[in-house]
Every structure is written in C-alpha cells, then in structure tokens.
Ligand binder design. Sequence first.
Ligand SMILES: [Zn+2]
Length: 745
Amino acid sequence: MNESQPLLKSEVRKRPRFSWARWAAYSTFGILFILLFNLVFLPRTSVQRDWRRLHHVKVSFPDLERSLFQNIDSNRIRDWSYKYTQERHLAGENYPLVEWTRDKWQEYGIKSEIVQYDVYLNRPVDHAVNLYDESGKVVFSASLKEDKLDQDPTSNLTDSELVPTFHGYSASGNATGKFVYANYGTKEDYDRLVELGIDFTDKVVITRYGRIFRGLKVKFAQDLGASAVLIYSDPADDGGITEKNGYKPYPDGPARNPSSVQRGSVQFLPLLPGDPTTPGYASKPGVDRTDPYFSIPSIPSIPISYRDALPLLKQLNGHGPGPEEIGDGWKGDLDDFDYSAGPSVVDVNVFNEQDYDIRPIWNVIGRIEGVIKDEAIVIGNHRDSWITGGAGDPNSGSAVLIELARAFGELKKLGWRPMRTIILASWDGEEYGLLGSTEWGEEHKRFINAHVLAYLNVDVACSGSRFSASASPLLNDLIRRVAGRVPAPDGHRSLRYYWTGHDDKAEPHIGSLGSGSDYTVFQDHIGVPSMDMGFGPGGNDSVYQYHSNYDSFHWMDTYGDPEWKFHTTVAKLWGLLTITLSEQEVIPFKATEYGQSLADYVDGLQDKLEAVATEEIVRVYGQLKDSITSFIDKAKEFDAYTSRLQNEYSHDYPWYRFYKKITLLFQIKIANFKLFKIERQFVYEGGLDGRPWFKHVVYAPDRYKGYAGVLLPGLSEAIQDSNIEGIAKWTDIIQRAVDSAAKYL
Ligand SMILES: [Zn+2]
C-alpha cells in the first residue's frame, strides 16, 4: 500500500525574500535625506570661526580688547613705578629686582627666565674737576654732586645708595690744560672752530648737551687730539621753562635744578652698539673678545651741572672768537658767560678713574605660547637706569610692561591663547649701549630672522605729555588705526585725536627709527619691522631732568604724570598693538607707505647727488626711482588684496563653498609669508661702509648725530663724502633691495 497521507495541507506562505538592494536604497535615501536636511540648515561659517573652533580659541577679539582696557589700572602702574625706583639698578646691579620681575611674570602665567651675558663695562671710582688761576693755585673745585632736596626722598639717599655722576664707557685719565667751549660739540661746531684757527691738541673741551648723542661729542674731540671732555646742561635747551622766564627750579617748580647732571653713555653708538668687545656675537662666558676702542673713547669725560660749569666758562669771557663771529645757534642761556670759544688762559684739571671689568647683566625673557608656533612678536623695555630713581627712563616703561603682563594674565584666565607667540623682554644694560637687547639679538639672530614678525619697544613711556612714535613704515597704518581705538589721556575721544592736536583731518606723524634704544638690533641689524613710542616733554611741560637724580618717583608723581594717565595710555596702546599683531590672521603690515617713504628719501637726496655725481650715475639713479615707482604700484595692489583677504576670512560662507575656504587659507599663508619677507629684503649682509654691524640699507643712526636716523645711510654718506664709487655702489645695492622686496608683493 502506498499510503500516503497528506499530512498537513497548508499553504506555506512564502516569506518575502530579504532584499539587500532595497535595504541599501532605503538607507542611502534616508542618510542622504538627513544629510541634506542638515546641510540645508547648516549655518554659514567663516574660515575664522572654523579655524578658531578647531584650535579651541575661545575669546573673540572685541572681548580681548575690552578686557585688556578694563584690566589696565593706573593705581597699579603707580605701585610698579614706586617698586622699580627705590634702589640702584645700574646695568648688572640689583639681581633681586631681576628676580622680582621674573616672578611677577610667572605669577601672571607667563613662562619666564633670566638670561645672563658677561659684558665689558665700567664702574665709577673717583673723579675731580679743578680750576687753577694763572699762578697754578686751585681756585674752584666742582662738586660733581647733585643737591639733596627735602621734598624728594630719592635725592636724600646716602651717597652709596645713589649713582655717582659719570659717563658709561668713559676712559680713565688725568688731564690738565687750557680749555675750549665747543657749543653742542657737533661735527659742524668742531669744524667751525677749526676753521677759526682753534687747535684742540691737548685741550679740555667743554660742550653743552643736546642736538647729538653725547658719545659723538667726545669722539669728535678725541679725533682732534683733545685730552678730556666736560659736558654740561645749558638752560637754553630747556624749552623756555627756565628761572629767567620766571619758573622756579625743581622741587619748587618745573625748571631745571641748577645742580642737575645728565649721566649717560659715551659709547660711539652709531658705529657699534652692544658689548664693545664682542661685535656681532653674544657675550657668553669664555668667548673671544676684541679691542673695544673701535666703539668707546680713549679720553676721559665727565658730565657736570651748569652750576659747576659756570666758574670754568666765565674764564673764557673775551677769549677767542665769540658768538657774533662764530655764527648762529652758538649762544646758550647762562648769565655771566659770553659764550666765547677760548682757549682759556688758565688751566683746568680733569681726573676720571673708572674700573673696567667683564660683568654679568641679566635680561628677563617671558613667553606666551601661541597657537601658530613659528610666528612671534617681541615687546621689550629696558630695566637698568643711570640713577636710583629712573621713574621716566626707563621705569615708566617697566611699570607699564609689568601691568601689561598682568593684563595678559587676566586675558589668559578668560581662556585666551594668543594666535602668535608673544615674547616679553626686560632688557638690562641698555644705558651703557643697548647691551642686553643687542647680545640677545646676536645670540638668537637665526630664530629672530626666521620667526619674529615685529618688535615693539617702549623705553621712556612718560616724561611729559606729548605723544610720539617712530616705526618701520610697514607698521604705520596699524599704529594709526590702533591709536584710533585707544582712549585719549585727556578724555577727548582717542589717542589718535589727541596725537594730532585735536585735528580730525590730520594724519598723525610717525618718525623713522635712528638708534638710542633697544629696537636697534631688531630693525638695523636683522631687519625686523620695529617701533618705539612714548610721551615726552612738550609745550609747557616741566623740564625732564633726564639721567639726573631728579628723574625720581617724586618728580613723576608731582610733575611728570600725577594722574598716571600717560602711563595708562601707553599700556593700552602697547597692549592693543601686541594683540592685534598676534590675533589678526593676515599680518597687518601695509607696504604702500614704505614705498612712498623710499620715494621721499630718494627725492630728498636728488639735488645733493646731482651736485657731485656723474651723468651716468644720475641716469642709474633714475632707474632706482623707477624701481621704487613700480614697488609703489605693486604695493598698492597688494595692500588692497591683503585687506580683501582679511575681510573674506571673517566672511560667512555656505558649506558647499568649502573649496573657497581652503583656497583662502592658502592665500593667507602665502600673503603672510610675503609680508614677513618685505623688510628682510632691505638687509645688506655686507653692512654699511665703516660700520658693518649696521645692515639695513634704509635705516641707521646718523654717523654724526647718533640718536637721529639717517635715511638710505650708505648712499647719503657717500654723497656727503663726494664718494663717486660709493654712490654707484649704494644706488645699486638699494635698487636690488627694492626690486627684491617688490618680488614679494
Ligand atoms: Zn632709556
């Protein structure tokens, strides 16, 4: 039997077969839908916002600016000024003050260290100035000291707590002889006296301060065979704020105290700053040292007050050529002296004993690490002072720098991390000859050359009420713009408005850098765009008794800045410049003004050049002018382009224009590279003729003035010397520099 029994007859329902394809289709559709939904509603963002989010940069620029201004406190600045001005702090003195500065910065969250250099410098031991009569008897001995004043506690410190009156880098010596009055001791003054038949051999020269750097007054005398130099402060150079005009002398009024003495360095600054025994390299322990007399004097010099100078000067009355014969600008403002040049009939003795040695100096270097590691801004001020006080020079700047460090610390508490690294420097040894900054610059030349975008210097933040700034023209636009955002010290609108003398239409004038402060190694040796700024005396301000004991806390608190508002203004400007340079994505340099400055400098030399040069050279000079014109044309376009990039950077784009954002990032990277390179093209490795440490072909200190700048130094000196070969050489060097810089535009 074939038994078949249908078991269960049921319709086996076919389970629908699983379809991968359909699943995939649905899923894809779903994901796309979600994605599209998101994209449609995805906010437009700027590259700026994306970049900041990526790097966890939390604080916006307007918040930074607001917080910076809020945190800078004039009462605290007054406290810092007091702290810095209580004890002697000559170069290489007062290590506790160095540590205090470092510890303060550390306290504000800034990684800081003390950096030592071993430099050659002098300390005063003894000095005397004695006047003889015709029989050889001493009839007057100069006090060589400043008066102790009841109202000014600094002036009342014991002699060992005060710094003697002396010149940094003056030579030891003991000279006796006839003396000559040489006015300001400028090149022209000496030339004029030589023309009038005065023989300087073995003479003691008396000059007044002013017009040029004091070291050059000594150099020119030395070159003429003089045996010693005395330099005094004539009231004629006090801007009319004199006893004769009815002003009482300090401490009862704003005029100069008759005993006030200007100390200072007599290094030959326009030849070589820094340690005179280590030209071009850092003074680290054990390095080779060279003969220092290329850049320091070999004859003694002593600074004196006009009260001490007068008994000597009176001896010249009626002797030698007088002001009428010599010419304009010869007469000062002392009664009882007719400003005859001499020589004297009687002798003077100048005795100067200095102790020379290799001594340590200490910079403090602090660092706020930026997001972009390979770009840095350096800001610096020197700490060392010629006197125990130094409330103006340099500690108005030091007080501001500490307050700025504190304000940066407050910004860090908000979560701020600068975009570019910020380096803070408290230099030592500036007064002797820019020692601390120069040695540091020489040691870190490669790093600075490759990474430092700009150097912002404040030496004297305040010694009066008139604001001034000098800078590489690349920075001019930034300085004016930022000054327009900083509140004015007098409360009327902005610092920019105050700076132009309350004239809305005027462009504030920005000078060119010479030398005389710590920007020199950055601007003139390495080619880093630099600036210097501060409030100096002007108008009816009190006389600033520069490098004298009366540059004290009491003077500052009574006459200089009783409300501490000028200090506060500098702190805000310095701070805002620093964070703008640090935070603005496209480096805020503008090249057009650089080109226009070059054109002005070249035009300024044209007549003098034509007077001495050959036709061929005048033709080549025309080519240099063409190069500058083409630099300006390219610069205008480039400046417009970089402004556009910065705008686009903060402009919001929809997601699908991501390629635009990527392109923008690259464009900015390239533009920044170019902006960084412009100033470097003006460095000529061979250096200036006769002073190879100075390598910038556009800016250098004037060889006959020292502080003041000379423009296109190589060329202008060759013209001055009627040196045809030199004119040809420098026209070519400058043209190549201009062409090379134009390639980066
Ligand atoms: Zn100074």
